[in-house]
Design a protein around this ligand. Structure first.
Ligand SMILES: NC(=O)c1ccc[n+]([C@@H]2O[C@H](COP(=O)([O-])OP(=O)(O)OC[C@H]3O[C@@H](n4cnc5c(N)ncnc54)[C@H](O)[C@@H]3O)[C@@H](O)[C@H]2O)c1
Ligand SMILES: C[N+](C)(C)CC=O
Length: 490
């Protein structure tokens, strides 16, 4: 049995309450670990440690090049232990081992990318309009950063926060999802092995409403970075207003996948399946909303159905498994509620809509790939994020119509356009109010390009140069090189 604690001020500690939480494998509900269940009081201690470590300047003021080297060493250790990390991630989330292995490669890339940026911004000289003056702009770390991550890509989403925050010279308190903490704990062990100064990196475990809320509300936290659901994001915004801390929010999506009749049919079908059913649809950028041009609609739906019904659910550690379970009983109940909503709204259920009957899957939180056709834009099943293996299909007849439909949700995270007409693609892409748009592809993301949402999908960006800038304050330094009295007040 794995037993893990929290990391506060350079020490591994139990929760002040001494409570522990059992971590469950969603494939079979077996207990895989016991971890400390933190409290708001534990979060306060972690914030205090991060505050002291920031204010004493040991980390923020070392040469940026050396900070980059330390962040790069985290990547080296993840590389060394990536097999163990991938296994932990699959045990914790139920995702296939091949997915977890790919996540680990992405995570290594994220640490290396930000490490490489550490010493690349030397500030900017401004051409001052005032005679006899010098003007320059420098970027400085924000301070203490609270970081809250979700359960669907536990370490990947944490790495998007930890790597830029440390590179920029901040101190951090990270809180993973209470149901999937294991890889974040393991990477904190690796960070300890690298040898960061005491208090620079702190890990707290436990529920969002107490531990997470403390990070959002605390006067000693300068920035809160959150990835998770929209309703939690709103609570965090409110809590953060307490001391007007900086906020970065990566929230949900209801992402349109737009298929024009002149697409490469076979590729578009194949990727439409991947867009929505990958990781059982538990992906913020899942292509859960398929918009197909009228003239190919029936043929396209038939091809999708034919393949979706053959998706092999199972243990993420089995090589022939294509999709694992949902994360929890609560989450499956939420997905099931949406199926009932869709049926009641008149969407036409043509696949799935129930749990699998396979006896081998009865201990896990499995749900069958599900497809609704004849959907209308104003249905809740089309508008709201289900976060499960559920596809809605709508028809369209013109560019104008599909642009209007695709923009017609509160979200704006990601989406795709499938066509062999590049001018058409550009016209449509330019009108989509979406943070990441793929042309003839679905899902790629990498450390070099910013990630984030328009509208209610979030605030700010992670990854790319912008993802580092989010963790900096901008300071303008003006120097008068020939100071004279003004005699304004004689
Ligand atoms: N935009 C992105 O890049 C991105 C990436 C991954 C997941 N997501 C979104 O995350 C959601 C799924 O994740 P989830 O179910 O873990 O989300 P969630 O909002 O329930 O929880 C996310 C984190 O917030 C914490 N939390 C909960 N209540 C809190 C509170 N009141 N104050 C502070 N922290 C609190 C949780 O403990 C967890 O660590 C989906 O909506 C998905 O789209 C977005
Ligand atoms: C951002 N991404 C796609 C890695 C995970 C979203 O849930």
């Amino acid at each position: 049995m794995i037993n893990k604690k929290m990391f506060i001020n350079g020490e591994w500690v139990d929760s002040l309450s001494k409570e522990v939480r059992e971590i469950i494998n969603p494939y079979n509900q077996e207990v895989i670990a016991k971890v400390s269940e933190g409290t708001a009081q534990d979060a306060k201690l972690a914030i205090l440690a991060a505050r002291k470590a920031f204010d004493n300047g040991d980390w923020a003021t070392i040469p940026a090049y050396e900070r980059g080297n330390m962040v790069n060493k985290i990547a080296d250790l993840i590389e060394r232990d990536k097999a163990e990390l991938a296994k932990l991630e699959s045990l914790d989330t139920g995702k296939t081992l091949i997915e977890s292995k790919a996540d680990m490669e992405d995570i290594i890339g994220v640490f290396r990318y930000f490490a490489g940026l550490a010493d690349k911004d030397g500030g900017e000289i401004i051409e001052s309009p005032i005679p006899n003056s010098k003007s320059r702009v420098v970027r400085e770390p924000v301070g203490v950063c609270g970081q809250i991550s979700p359960w669907n890509y536990p370490l990947l989403q944490a790495s998007w926060k930890i790597a830029p925050a440390l590179t920029a010279g901040n101190t951090i308190v990270i809180k993973p999802s209470e149901i999937t903490p294991l890889t974040t704990v393991k990477v904190t062990e690796l960070i300890e092995e690298v040898g960061f100064p005491k208090g620079v990196v702190n890990l707290v475990l436990g529920p969002g409403a107490t531990v997470g809320n403390e990070l959002a509300v605390s006067n000693d936290v300068d920035l809160i970075s959150f990835t998770g659901g929209i309703e939690t994001g709103k609570k965090i915004m409110q809590a953060a207003s307490n001391n007007v801390k900086k906020i970065a929010l990566e929230l949900g999506g209801k992402n349109p996948n737009i298929v024009f009749a002149d697409c490469d049919f076979e590729t578009a079908v194949d990727q439409a399946l991947n867009a929505v059913f990958f990781h059982a649809g538990q992906v913020c950028s899942a292509g859960a909303r398929l918009l197909v041009e009228e003239t190919i609609h029936d043929k396209f739906v038939e091809a999708i159905l034919e393949r979706a019904k053959r998706i092999k659910l199972g243990n993420g550690f089995d090589e022939d498994t294509q999709s694992g379970p949902l994360i929890s009983a609560e989450h499956r109940a939420k997905v099931e509620k949406y199926i009932e909503i869709g049926k009641a709204e008149g969407a036409n259920l043509v696949l799935g809509g129930k749990r699998p009957e396979d006896p081998e899957l009865q201990n896990g939180f499995f749900y069958l790939p599900t497809i609704f056709i004849d959907c209308k834009s104003d249905m809740r099943i089309v508008q709201e994020e289900v976060f499960g293996p559920v596809l809605t299909v709508e028809r369209f007849s013109s560019e104008e119509e599909v642009i209007q439909l695709a923009n017609d949700t509160i979200y704006g995270l990601a989406g795709a356009v499938w066509t062999n007409d590049s001018r058409k693609a550009e016209r449509v892409v330019s009108k989509l109010r979406i943070g990441t748009v793929w042309i003839n592809d679905f899902h790629p993301y990498f450390a070099q390009a910013p990630w984030g949402g328009y509208k209610q999908s979030g605030l700010g960006r992670e990854l790319g140069k912008t993802g580092l800038e989010e963790y900096t304050e901008t300071k303008h330094i003006f120097e008068n090189i020939a100071p004279q009295p003004l005699y304004w007040f004689k």
